[in-house]
Structure formats: structure tokens, C-alpha cells
Design a protein around this ligand. Structure first.
Ligand SMILES: [Zn+2]
Length: 337
């Protein structure tokens, strides 16, 4: 597998002190938390497992379960745990404290998850936004392996993003560089959870796409979709909307067209600014395949002329549900090696 500069392969050469040491990567999700062990130079995690996050509980209870899961992962493994990386679906302060953590119980703001968990399991620890972790893993070992500069996008319940330059996550001065979901598409648009208006996430997340066809669905104006969904509102998903669009439902085709225009224009702006070699798209909506990727490539080509022949390729993510934990582990390796 080709590897870019600063890749996991280099980590061995430049010196993780103990040859059989490994790092632990944890990906804390709103519903499920995933974790695994990563050894420098490997292509994948070992001991990969998941547990329910229980995000409605108090932070101390969630953190206690995470610490227990990390101890369990380390027990019985050969070698020594050297560090811990934690991916969280949150914006973070410069020094790694939680700022906004949607879909979790109150009480997380200001918490230093790396310090808490690290102290509980007696390991040096670092925290990273989950979409940045996804991007780092895909850039090193996944769909953008070998690319010097990669941009990652996660399309699901929310819209996340990350930028990897020369093999390392670019966090910027604020610590939150790469927040693609909060690029503004329309400053006069609806208020977003982040406090701004008309963010990409307002238009292009999976719930936003579903919401965009619901009025027509309720009025009987999307007959193909209604037939595919068996008339049930709760059966409408992005995949079903794409299927209906392909079968001639103009409401669904229009909604999908708006989503790909919003995303494609934003990716063109990213390209104009940082000129990534590859753009990796993951999350549930990446499963739409060509219904998503083909129009995105057309919009990108139309709106990023300065890239010339170096227009980035847009590719689906390759690492599946391991990417977040793998990226968190790689970031720990980068931080503590
Ligand atoms: Zn926003």
C-alpha cells in the first residue's frame, strides 16, 4: 500500500521507543463507541470492538465506561500500551477541552477528555475531533493513502470535515480547522446549531435531505418515493430518495441536486484554497454511490477552474467504521512519538 510522507511507516524509522509498543484509538460516537490497538506500521487496528456510548448519561459515567473498555482492550494484548488517542464528535478549544458536543447530556463543556481518560488508564492521551480522525486515517491508510494533501468529509446525521497536509492533521490556530459542515452556504439561511446561519450542515446532512422532500411527500407530490416507501414517512432515507430520483421522481432529483450543488461548490472553495490531491467522502450518505459522486465531480470541475489539471479526485472512504478509532490512534502516535 503506498504511503505518504509522515505516514505510519515513518513512525517506526523515526523512533517509537519500544518496538512492541502499541497505541490505543477510541472513537466516541453519539450512539456507539469503537476502539482498537494500533501498532506502528500496521495497516489496521487489532482487537477492534465497540460498546454503547450511553450518551444520555452524566459525563463521569460515560468516561468510567470508556476507561474500563480501554483497560479491557489492553489486558491480554502483547506489548505495552504507549499512548491513547480519543476522537469525539465535538468542537474543541485550542487546549483540547470540549466546546460543543451535540446529542450528549449536558455537562461536557470545558471537560478535558484526554486528561480525564489518560489519568484513569495511566497513559498519555490526546483528543481530536472525530471527522479529523476519520480524515487522518483515510489519508494514511485508506482511500487517500499516498496523497500528500487530502480533504475528508463525513456525511451523515451531521457534516464533518478534516484537512491533512503532508500526512498530518491541520488543526489551525483555533484547533478547529476543517469544520466543513459549518462553511456558510447562505448567510441569509436558517440558523445553525453552531450559532451561524445557512451552514452546509443545514442543507446537506442526511436529515436535511430527508426534510427537503417531506412536504412534497405529505402532499402526495412525490409518488415514486411514496410507492418505494410504502407510504411510510419513517421509511424515507437518503438511499430511498436517490432510488426514487433514478426512477424519475423529480422532487427527489431536485432535492438531491441541491445537496450535491451545495457540497460541490463548498468542495470547489476548499480546492481553490488548499488544492488537496484527493477528497475522501465517508459517512452514511457516501453509500449513495454514483448518485452522489457523479454530480459532485461535475460541480467541482465547474467551480474550481484554478485547479486546472490538478483537480482533486473525489473518492469514497475505504476504512469503514474503523476509520475514527484508527485516526485517533494515529494522532496519538504523531503526538507522543
Ligand atoms: Zn453551523
Amino acid at each position: 500500500m503506498p504511503r505518504g510522507p509522515g505516514s505510519a511507516g515513518d513512525a517506526i524509522d523515526t523512533g517509537v521507543a519500544v518496538v512492541d509498543a502499541y497505541v490505543i484509538g477510541v472513537d466516541v460516537g453519539g450512539t456507539t463507541t469503537k476502539l482498537g490497538r494500533y501498532r506502528p506500521g500496521a495497516d489496521d487496528l487489532e482487537g477492534f470492538r465497540s460498546l454503547p456510548t450511553g450518551a444520555a448519561r452524566a459525563p463521569a459515567e460515560v468516561l468510567a465506561d470508556l476507561a474500563a473498555a480501554v483497560r479491557d482492550l489492553a489486558a491480554g494484548a502483547t506489548g505495552t500500551a504507549a499512548a491513547l488517542g480519543v476522537g469525539v464528535p465535538a468542537t474543541l478549544s485550542r487546549d483540547g477541552r470540549i466546546e460543543v458536543l451535540p446529542n450528549f447530556a449536558p455537562g461536557w463543556r470545558g471537560l478535558d477528555v484526554a486528561a480525564s481518560l489518560g489519568a484513569a488508564v495511566d497513559l498519555p492521551a490526546v483528543v481530536l475531533n472525530d471527522a479529523r480522525a476519520f480524515t487522518l486515517a483515510e489519508a494514511r491508510l485508506g482511500a487517500a493513502a499516498g496523497a500528500r494533501t487530502a480533504f475528508g468529509v463525513t456525511l451523515g446525521t451531521g457534516v464533518g470535515g478534516g484537512l491533512v497536509i503532508d500526512g498530518r492533521v491541520h488543526r489551525g490556530d483555533s484547533g478547529n480547522a476543517g469544520e466543513f459542515g459549518h462553511h456558510v452556504h447562505d448567510p441569509h439561511g436558517p440558523r445553525c446549531g453552531c450559532g451561524s446561519h445557512g451552514c452546509i450542515e443545514v442543507y446537506a446532512s442526511a436529515p436535511a435531505l430527508v426534510a427537503a422532500v417531506m412536504r412534497a411527500f405529505a402532499q402526495g407530490a412525490a409518488p415514486v418515493l411514496a410507492r418505494l416507501a410504502g407510504g411510510r414517512r419513517d421509511a424515507v432515507t437518503p438511499a430511498l430518495i436517490a432510488e426514487a430520483a433514478a426512477a424519475g421522481d423529480t422532487i427527489c432529483a431536485d432535492a438531491l441536486g441541491r445537496v450535491t450543488l451545495v457540497l460541490g461548490v463548498a468542495l470547489a472553495n476548499v480546492t481553490t484554497l488548499v488544492s488537496p490531491e484527493r477528497i475522501v467522502i465517508g459517512g452514511g450518505m457516501a453509500g449513495l454511490g454514483d448518485a452522489l459522486f457523479a454530480p459532485l465531480r461535475r460541480v467541482l470541475a465547474a467551480y474550481a477552474p484554478t485547479a486546472g489539471e490538478r483537480l482533486p479526485t473525489i473518492v469514497p472512504a475505504a476504512l469503514g467504521d474503523r476509520a475514527g478509532a484508527l485516526g485517533a490512534a494515529l494522532h496519538a502516535l504523531d503526538t507522543f512519538r
